[in-house]
Design a protein around this ligand. Sequence first.
Ligand code: THU
Length: 157
Amino acid sequence: MKNFTISIPVEVFSYSELSPQHAQLVDLARRYTDNAYSPYSKFRVGAAILLDNGQIVCGANQENVAYPSGTCAERSACFAAGAQFPGVAFRAIAIASVGTDGLVPQDPTAPCGACRQALLEYETLAGRDVQVILAGRDKVYVLPSVKSLLPLAFSEF
Ligand code: THU
């Protein structure tokens, strides 16, 4: 038997340590939590995607009375980016949230499995890594790529 270990690098920044571009993405992701439609969970998530053409496309979670018909902030942003700017590569995505208590969670919110899979499609299309920036209350995680969040991903059929 052989084995291997998969580990992922996570850089931890305070907000003041972020580059201006990353700070701008975090600001937008935080602002878009206001645009969440989440009457059922009362959990607000915002996402901001930086594209290769310099445009930033944002999203927020949009829920539905038929729960599975709603979608997460990350997918609302990534599908909007794909629809508005087809073929333009993603560079980075920032994600922020506000908890059911109305406070920004101490630990950054990470994308769900379905959003990781959806984002991986656009990273593959981009042909290079898309940085993932996860904003918590006092700390911001920066991951080098979507695939780092989805090891052993399904890719070929
Ligand atoms: N949600 C997101 O928008 N992004 C995530 O990464 C995790 C969860 C949303 C889905 C649902 O509207 C609410 O948060 C609670 O799960």
